[in-house]
Design a binder for this molecule. Structure first.
Ligand SMILES: *[C@@H]1O[C@H](CO)[C@@H](O)[C@H](O)[C@H]1NC(C)=O
Length: 269
């Protein structure tokens, strides 16, 4: 036991991403559920200002002290954004949380908002100042370039999106366990067909749990064999028929397809 604890402390320190101080509860549940507070410490909320108020618009993932990964469709060049980190309940002041100004947004150059099924739904948000990592604010790991998860690999989508189609927006962070649907299945007829590309990852589609409006841009968290959590997906789109429509899994941008782009943006901005 002591040895295990020591080892995990060493691993957490050495790897410095994907190891939450407050571990998430990953028991099998049907339906989304409230997350353990601060157990997804890389989860960001992206807000924009309108009439002097800040509004949650999308989720995001802290992947570097200065950078948050989100979806391109979350970014509008005419808006002013900020990011909050270390949050559980968006409606109350929470100790250990942080609001950070955004100094620039970088949308993938191939993104076309009229052709979401072409992919490239990925953007990076640069924070105006580097954030210090704490027990409540930590980095997610990126998966190795090119990683493809197998069919039925269990992952967790997290966000402050609706609890069900047209349902209310929750104040506290939600998590939902989703199984990966491989490309062959997801792109077959009766599923998403040609709307899904190999640069995307599908998960869910059991008709019960899914991501929903307000989760956009947030992470699909999948645990690697060494225990670290990697952000494999960015919530991109779902069925217009409803958030948890049978055989219409949530579709995510596949992060492992964009590792070079992410690294070059971070290195050059
Ligand atoms: C964040 O990006 C900067 C700029 O490339 C780099 O120097 C730094 O090591 C990165 N931090 C982490 C924790 O990856």
């Amino acid at each position: 036991m002591i040895r295990t604890l020591l080892l995990s402390a060493l691993v957490a320190g050495a790897l410095s991403c994907g190891v939450p101080t407050y571990p998430p509860s990953v028991t099998r549940v049907v339906g989304g559920e409230e997350a353990t507070p601060n157990s997804w410490p890389w989860q960001a909320s992206l807000l924009y200002t309108s009439n002097g108020n800040w509004h949650h618009t999308c989720g995001g993932t802290l992947i570097n002290n200065s950078w948050v990964l989100t979806a391109a469709h979350c970014i509008s060049s005419s808006r002013t954004y900020r990011v909050v980190l270390g949050r559980h309940n968006l409606d109350i002041a929470e100790s250990g949380s942080l609001a950070v100004s955004v100094s620039k947004t970088v949308v993938h150059p191939n993104w076309n908002s009229n052709q979401i099924s072409k992919g490239y739904d990925i953007a990076l948000v640069k924070l105006a100042n580097r954030v210090s990592l704490t027990d409540k604010i930590q980095l997610a790991c990126l998966p190795p370039a090119g990683t493809i998860l197998s069919n039925n690999y269990p992952c967790y989508v997290t966000g402050w999106g609706r609890l069900r189609t047209n349902g209310p927006l929750p104040d506290v962070l939600q998590q939902g366990r989703l199984l990966v649907v491989d490309y062959a299945t997801c792109s077959s007829s009766g599923w998403w067909g040609s709307s899904v590309k190999t640069s995307m990852i599908c998960a869910g589609g059991d008709g019960k749990i899914s991501s929903c409006n307000g989760d956009s841009g947030g992470p699909l968290n999948c645990q690697a064999s060494d225990g670290r959590w990697e952000v494999h997906g960015i919530v991109s789109f779902g069925s217009s028929l409803g958030c948890n429509y049978y055989h219409k899994p949530s579709v995510f941008t596949r992060v492992s397809n964009y590792i070079d782009w992410i690294n070059s943006v971070i290195a050059n901005n």
